[in-house]
Design a protein around this ligand. Structure first.
Ligand code: ARG
Length: 579
């Protein structure tokens, strides 16, 4: 069910009747004010220009050909030629009735599914996952869930960083630890952050260690068994950390989605050779470089994109070219979406340009780098620990649950300690996720515990609480989701709620197109707020209420709770029956 689309199609049919092309822009939009009805058809103005007629007149003609049947209760022309459409309550009620009988709540499924590669999370395995990877992980996962719900085929690609020069240093350090004591290796890796720091200290200060580290990188990259074994041990441990974080965060990534940098190793020499053959890469001071005139600076100097270092080493950039080849050709992706912070924007512009020229990205594959802003502390500076260190994701999530515990315990009266603990987990994790997902992806945002754990405003606790409120009404009425009754919309608050319920698909489309889960967050917040308004204005279980009215309102309640749950599940946020 997509009202906007139905109105668009009907308007276009009317355009055709007027002799205009079928793809004339109908420009259907949600009305900004209640006085303008529910939707506006704004296409008459532009069409009048094409036809060289008066826009108001054209709007009138358009209306006379517009077959809205029982859909609208009022169609009016406003201003220079806007057409305001007020939907009919009976039509809305009938649509909701259909939605109620559908496990997808009336949301259509994509008739032309695409194969979409989504590259997200992608931590660097040399260190423990930190908050910088939080945004990529949860935004990416929300988009993945939305795409899958819409019906696209998603191939998750966790492009983990497991192949940089730091690994020489790390395995050299690990080797010494292992020599000292086999078990100790496990203990030493228990804290990757400490382990990295120790190794780095030795690299900077210890005689011979840096040379050994460099030697080990070369050995590792050329397939030396001993170095490979050490590296594997390290990687396995680091992946286990990520796995724990994914579980805590309720994201859908599994080991099968890991396609790390090292997986492209075997392709890199060919890529560079091929770029040279195609005369895209040229030797420059011992390195192989593609110069991009398209991204030239103000002085006209082309932007350099290094694909092989002096000495023969490959880079992050080379790996990303190989990834383009693999995703576009082998996986046959129609679209590739990559989530990283905004500092990598130039890198991905360069990758795309080179990959298109070289043929690694087919013309049929859309390539979309989706940047995001930085998570800031309440002091307005990038989020850090009190002492200025990087905040580990695992610690952050643990703190979220502890803080949620206090908030939930204050509210809960009749719940056991176990129930409170389980609710606190959902609220704490949900709060962190929603706070992040609800912000415009591209802006920086301030991480604030108090704001995200509040029961007021657009927060996970508010939405989860709204959900439990509806559920408690259904419990009081002694019904569940299988309850059915005829729906009718009487009051304005019922109608507003109904229109919102029927707008889910429109929102989903936008989320998918822009890779912007904040639009879904807004939708859910507005839905919950409209439910609360409806609940306050319209009695449901009041003694003496007309049973037909009560049942219809119970239907609205069931639909609202199902929609909240469905929407939150696309964000990877869990609900609970009581709180
Ligand atoms: N590992 C990188 C980082 O932490 C992100 C990788 C993103 N994906 C890619 N294909 N480069 O910044």
């Amino acid at each position: 069910m997509n009202i906007k689309q139905i109105l668009t199609e009907k308007t276009q049919a009317a355009f055709v009747a007027l002799g205009l092309p079928a793809d004339t822009n109908a420009a259907v939009a949600i009305s900004t004010k209640a006085a303008f009805g529910d939707y506006q058809i704004n296409g008459a103005m532009a069409a009048a220009k094409i036809m060289k007629t008066n826009p108001r007149q054209l709007a009138e003609q358009l209306i006379s050909h517009l077959k809205l049947d029982d859909m609208a209760e009022k169609v009016e022309i406003a201003g220079p030629g806007f057409i305001n459409v007020t939907l009919a309550k009976t039509w809305l009620a009938a649509q909701l009735q259909t939605a109620a009988n559908d496990p997808r709540l009336g949301v259509n499924i994509n008739a032309n599914p695409q194969t979409i590669v989504v590259d997200y999370s992608a931590p660097n395995l040399a260190k423990e996952m930190h908050v910088g990877h939080l945004r990529s992980t949860i935004i990416g996962d929300a988009v993945v869930r939305s795409l899958e719900f819409w019906g696209d085929t998603v191939i998750r690609q966790n492009h983990m960083g497991d192949w940089g020069t730091q690994f020489g240093m790390l395995i050299a350090h690990l080797e010494d630890k292992l020599d000292a004591n086999t078990d100790l290796a496990q203990v030493a890796l228990a804290d990757l952050e400490d382990f990295y720091r120790e190794a780095k200290k030795r690299f900077d200060n210890e005689e011979g260690f840096a040379d050994k580290s460099r030697d080990y990188v070369v050995k590792l990259q050329s397939g030396d068994a001993h170095c490979q074994k050490l590296w594997q041990l390290f990687i396995d441990t680091s992946i286990k950390h990520s796995r724990d974080v994914y579980a805590a965060l309720n994201v859908t990534l599994t080991d099968a989605d890991i396609k790390p940098e090292s997986a492209y190793n075997g392709m890199l020499q060919n890529i560079v050779d091929d770029l040279k053959t195609q005369q895209l890469a040229v030797a420059d001071q011992g390195a192989e470089v593609v110069f991009l005139q398209e991204l030239a600076d103000k002085e006209g100097n082309p932007s350099p994109f290094i694909v092989q270092k002096t000495g023969g080493g490959f880079l992050y950039a080379t790996t990303d070219l190989a990834a383009c080849q693999y995703r576009s050709h082998d996986l046959a992706a129609d679209r590739v979406i990559i989530f990283t912070d905004a500092r990598q924007s130039l890198h991905f512009k360069q990758v795309e340009l080179v990959a298109r020229k070289a043929g690694y990205l087919r013309a049929e594959t859309a390539y979309q780098h989706c940047p995001f802003g930085t998570m800031m502390g309440e002091d307005g500076k990038p989020f850090k620990t009190r002492t200025g260190g990087t905040v580990k994701l695992a610690d952050l999530l643990e703190e979220a649950v502890v803080r949620a515990q206090t908030v939930v315990a204050e509210k809960a009266t009749e719940l056991s300690a176990d129930e409170v603990a389980e609710i606190a987990r959902k609220v704490g994790i949900g709060a962190v996720k929603f706070a992040d997902l609800s912000k415009n992806r591209t802006s920086d945002y301030i991480f604030s515990w108090d704001a995200m754990l509040s029961f007021e405003g657009a927060t996970a606790p508010y939405l989860q609480y709204a959900y439990t409120r509806v559920r408690s009404i259904l419990r009081k009425a002694e019904i569940d989701d299988s309850f059915t009754a005829p729906l009718s919309l009487v009051e304005e608050q019922e109608k507003q709620l109904a229109v919102k319920l029927l707008r889910f698909e429109e929102t989903l489309q936008q989320v998918i197109k822009e890779a912007q889960p904040n639009l879904l967050c807004n939708y859910l917040y507005e839905l919950a707020s409209l439910y609360m308004t409806f609940y306050e204005a319209c009695a449901i279980l009041k003694p003496g209420i007309d049973p037909a009215l009560r049942d219809s309102r119970l239907m609205l309640s069931i639909l609202s709770s199902r929609m909240l749950k469905q929407g939150l599940s696309l964000l990877g946020i869990e609900v609970m029956e009581r709180m």
